[in-house]
Design a protein around this ligand. Sequence first.
Ligand SMILES: [Zn+2]
Length: 349
Amino acid sequence: MKDFTIKRCQKCLLPENEPQNIRLDNNLICNICRQEAQEVRMDWAELEAIFENTLAKHRGKGAYDGVIMMSGGKDSAYLAYLLKRKYKLNLLGVINDIHYEYQETFDNAQKICAALEIPLQKNTLPKKMMQDFFNFLFTDQELRDKGHGHICLYCGRLMIRVAGEYAKAKGIPLVFSGHNPQQVFGMGESFEVDENRKIRQQMIIDLVNTAVTKSHVRLRLRNKNHLLPFFPKELFPAGVSGLFMYQHFAYKPLEMMATIKKELGWQPINKFSKTYIASGCRLAKLWMHLAGLNNTSNYVDLELSEQVRNGVLSKDMVKKFYEEAFDATTEIEGLLAELNITGGVAAIK
Ligand SMILES: [Zn+2]
């Protein structure tokens, strides 16, 4: 989405592109914008009631009320702030170490948890297994899509699953995560009332199930059975439930950032652009680049366009994010070496 000269949606900034079936009409409005304008969402009061009922059901049942997945970014920081200050929950912070994060991720998470008096534990995943996991995902020609969104799909599920396993081992009933509304919908975990949205949600659930089954087939074919547990069929282990905060409350990233800066001394991790609205692990640099080579939108592009579409971020802010994006060439070369990938980016796009 970096190149702002090509044809793009006047409402959400998504460029027209074939792999993802994004088409613009004569008024330069994309098919996603047209479709979402006609859909109804569950009202906030109802969503908030679901959230509070779930809390009431589990509060006080374990050594902690819940595990909170920390990432150092704005979404988990604000989530921690709200759960602690507004809901007075007894929380255990957990941050997964996949070996491809920026150090600032851990520093930020530590700072936020300290400010809120939440104990934070690092859940370090086996290094060689993670290298194999990402090597497999980046190199498998059958699993990948042109936007390389499959990396986040599989890794995102693994992150939630291991947080759930962590909670289960400690007898903690709930896992809280700061996934944004687009991410929650993309996992098929949102609450829906609109018939069209229910159909789209079922399509997503079917796609995810197919993707997991396919990953198992590919792992067996490529003699990588040791990675099978990293591709779970269920998002949560039995006895643990997840609560995705940002589908129960309006998602307002700019206001959230202002609050956590003021209240917790939170600072953005500016690794992608001088303008902070999104962050991620080091691998995001690689899949963003690969999506660019394939002339299609990546996962961050799709999320930001969704936030523009919903009036959550301004077009100018998103434009600035891309205009001020950092060059990632040397970082990408280093990552390829770390992941044992030979032949350069051309070999895996
Ligand atoms: Zn659009």
